[in-house]
Design a protein around this ligand. Structure first.
Ligand SMILES: [Zn+2]
Length: 82
């Protein structure tokens, strides 16, 4: 079973997930990850909302607020537990 780290989820798959361009395998892994990862769910919701606000203009530039949140999120993920 494919297992994802938060960083991979956010950096590699999130936008493809919302675009619906992933393979079923990856989608299953993502949804499994989301089931027990609250931070990623929160992040996904924020990301979705931002995309709605910025419209469906394809590959729009990531808003500054998103960048800040993303950095905070990743930092938290990287520094917790160990
Ligand atoms: Zn996660």
């Amino acid at each position: 079973m494919l297992k994802l780290m938060c960083k991979e989820f956010i950096m590699d798959f999130l936008s493809d997930y919302l675009d619906g361009t992933l393979t079923p395998d990856v989608i299953t892994a993502l949804e499994r990850h989301l089931q027990d990862c609250e931070p990623c769910v929160a992040y996904l919701n924020t990301y979705k909302k931002t995309r709605e606000l910025t419209g469906r203009a394809g590959r729009a530039e990531m808003p500054t607020e998103m960048k800040v949140r993303l950095r905070e999120f990743l930092l938290k993920q990287l520094t917790k537990g160990k």
